[in-house]
Design a protein around this ligand. Sequence first.
Ligand SMILES: C[S@@+](CC[C@H](N)C(=O)[O-])C[C@H]1O[C@@H](n2cnc3c(N)ncnc32)[C@H](O)[C@@H]1O
Length: 196
Amino acid sequence: MSNMSLFLRTLLTNPRMVGAIAPSGTMLAELMTSEVDPSAGPVLELGPGTGAFTEALLARGVCEKDLTLVEYADSFASMLRRRFPTARVVCADAARLRAHGLPEEAPFGCAISGLPLLNMSPKTVIAILTGVSSRLREGGALYQFTYGMRCPVPYRLLDRFGFKATLHGRVLRNFPPARVYKIVRRKPLHCAVIGR
Ligand SMILES: C[S@@+](CC[C@H](N)C(=O)[O-])C[C@H]1O[C@@H](n2cnc3c(N)ncnc32)[C@H](O)[C@@H]1O
């Protein structure tokens, strides 16, 4: 089955979870991965779908074995295992990384997210952000795209939990056009009070 057929079939089964009408295009994939430095170590990808950003990461020189792909949909996870046999594919909810055995120390140089954050509750979004940032090395960023006009994490939440988001760029030649935000931790981890 082609990437597009699998994407459409999964979209029809669970539109809210997929949260897009087509896989991301090449220009968006390039922008999402443009600051990924292969020497920065392993990369965490959330919501890889059919692997549009995964391919771009490999094209930037990241080793397949340095990739951890966290994908909720069984259909996408099975395809990712076939396409990227030496990557670590975890079929799991990105909001529950700990429950799925992702290491607690900070092994990742950066994270790339295709998750449909606008379809998630604030509690889930914060669980994802805090879970990911605790696994990023110091200075590591999370790159998140959105079809919206602003950061998909509300600024009051970013502020409250000690994150900062900056617009990394826009891609008009994507369907639909998209923006990429770079999210980093502003305060040391112990200063962000979860559930305040
Ligand atoms: C907008 S699609 C992006 C797919 C791909 N990254 C792309 O840009 O073409 C969102 C992806 O996130 C996955 N997803 C949604 N909720 C998730 C969750 N809680 N944990 C892990 N993956 C999730 C969906 O199954 C889907 O693959």
